[in-house]
Write a protein that binds this ligand. Structure first.
Ligand code: FAD
Ligand code: NAI
Length: 466
């Protein structure tokens, strides 16, 4: 069997790459070791977590917000089986959608573990142990990432869980302890807090969400605390004793000092993810990794071995589905002789909590460190007509623009539906636009997005409603 391209892994990087390559006329095969397509994102990541976030947000709204609006539905009752079915149906629909797209684009699919036997040869080993070899002009590795483990904390996916176990708990824990105040910890912590758990987050650093604009992170932490989250910052978990009915979690100050023990029914380990390249035969094929185990690629996503490329979570850069997808398109276009490209300066990121937090481009800390002179425009949602009337006024918009050229270098939004609002800033930045361009663009009234326009106006100190 001979192909123009074999893609190993069908997550957002792999499946999008395969489809784009097929659109460009290549004969394409994909190899996937899981029984379903879609990778981490569709099966155990973005999609199921958003289903639970959506449902749990409605649960909390029914309890606290609907009565305020005069909509009496009584105290909401949780049907765990129905909640899990809602999530699983959503996953199933998305996963099947990828299978449909493979068929539509005449992409051949192979179920089994892929290994690079040599450049131009991918061996596929099925669950029955049988192997077959695919000959190919090019290989794209899109094998994604796996949960980072913590020494002394053994994940059993029942009581001590990674994100995978936290997506399918059998009942709402009374007390949940989350290790890591990153994206997973705060999203999945929000799900279980809304459904009734008391959530404590232990974070090694002295702040939440490292890398996020500091001012936004502080505001985010305050809002989460108001919702009932407890944070233990500058702390580390040194072990979990799971011998009794309740888990006993040993915590120490990060800098060392007196330890304490906290009790929990469930511990969620969410301290990051690591690139997944097990069993791929990279060493034998001579493919170089960096110090963090990521596959080294050049600006064209090529590894050091001719004909082998890599994309997504298994290479450097943010571990985000849309980053993997953009790289998938870029590498397919490069292989077709086109100028495929990913703009790493304009990759939005969204935390799907309530309120949402969305950002694109540089933070204030980035600009200070790089010595770039900038102006800041901010606008609070308390001054926006739509959020005021909906009583969802938590948060603000912040636009960072170059002091000399007014070009927008970063945009940060904390507020309801921030994840939908960030994209006008991303488009503006992709076109090299200025804060003035955003400020002069007519925005519909009454929308939350008017706060983005007003923040852009605030860069030149001329916001109207503030
Ligand atoms: P993956 O999606 O990990 O796919 C890799 C695939 O390769 C897998 O299917 C795997 O089985 C397969 N594979 C591995 N090795 C082999 C082999 N040797 N042979 C055959 N197949 C192999 N990102 C966002 O942008 N937004 C979100 O809201 C979001 N939420 C998330 C929530 C959670 C709980 C988690 C864990 C992650 C979330 N992410 C989110 C991150 C996102 O899931 C990843 O960035 C994305 O899936 C990376 O895509 P990928 O194609 O590189 O790899
Ligand atoms: P993360 O990198 O976002 O956060 C991990 C946190 O754990 C950091 O704050 C870190 O300082 C802390 N930490 C590390 N070691 C620790 C220790 N020993 N004790 C206490 N704290 C410790 O990683 P997370 O949340 O696991 O997510 C993994 C990846 O998945 C992220 O990189 C993210 O890009 C992606 N993701 C994206 C989502 C989105 O886009 N909405 C949602 C969920 C995941």
């Amino acid at each position: 069997m001979s192909f123009d391209l074999v893609v190993i892994g069908t997550g957002p990087g792999g499946y999008v790459c395969a489809i784009r390559a097929a659109q460009l006329g290549m004969k394409v095969a994909v190899v996937e070791k899981n029984p379903t397509f879609g990778g981490t994102c569709l099966n155990i990541g973005c999609i199921p977590s958003k289903a639970l976030l959506h449902a749990s947000e409605r649960f909390e709204e029914a309890a606290h917000m609907l009565p305020k609006m005069g909509v009496g539905v009584g105290a909401p009752k949780l049907d765990m089986a129905a909640l899990m079915k809602f999530k699983d149906d959503g996953v199933d629909g998305n996963v099947k959608g990828v299978g449909f797209l493979f068929k539509k684009n005449k992409i051949e699919t192979f179920t089994g573990t892929g290994r690079i036997a040599a450049p131009g040869k991918v061996e596929v080993k099925g669950a029955d142990g049988k192997t077959q070899v695919l000959e190919t002009k090019n290989i794209v590795i899109a094998t994604g990432s796996d949960v980072a483990k913590l020494k002394g904390v053994e994940i059993d996916e029942k009581r001590i869980v990674s994100s995978t176990g936290a997506l399918k708990l059998e009942k709402v824990p009374e007390k949940m302890l989350v290790i890591g105040a990153g994206v997973i910890g705060l999203e999945l912590g929000s799900v279980w807090r809304r459904l009734g758990a008391k959530v404590t987050v232990v974070e090694f650093l002295d702040r939440i969400i490292p890398g996020m604009d500091g001012e936004i992170a502080k505001s985010f932490q305050r809002i989460l605390e108001k919702q009932g989250f407890e944070f233990k910052l500058g702390s580390k978990v040194t072990g979990v004793d799971s011998s009794g009915k309740t888990l006993k979690v040993n915590i120490e100050p990060a800098a060392g000092g007196k330890s304490e023990t906290l009790e929990a029914d469930v511990v969620l380990v969410a301290i990051g993810r690591v690139p997944y390249t097990d069993g791929l035969g990279l060493k034998e094929a001579g493919v170089e990794l960096d110090q963090r185990g990521r596959i080294k690629t050049d600006a064209h996503l090529a590894t050091n071995v001719k004909g082998i490329y890599a994309i997504g979570d298994c290479i450097a850069g943010p571990m985000l589905a849309h980053k993997a997808e953009d790289e998938g398109v870029a590498v397919a276009e490069i292989l077709a002789g086109q100028a495929g490209h990913t703009n790493y300066d304009v990759i939005p990121s969204v935390i799907y909590t309530s309120p949402e937090v969305a950002s694109v481009g540089k933070t204030e800390e980035d600009l200070k460190q790089a010595g770039v002179a900038y102006n800041v425009g901010k606008f609070p949602f308390t001054a926006n007509g739509r959020t005021k009337v909906n009583q969802t006024t938590d948060g603000f918009v912040k636009i960072l623009a170059d002091a000399k050229t007014d070009r927008v270098l970063g945009a940060h939004i904390i507020g309801a539906e921030a994840g939908e609002m960030i994209h006008e800033c991303a488009v503006l930045m992709e076109f090299g636009g200025a804060a003035e361009d955003l400020a002069r663009t007519c925005h519909a009234h009454p929308t939350r997005s008017e706060a983005v326009k007003e923040a852009a106006m605030a860069v030149a100190k001329r916001a109207i409603h503030m």
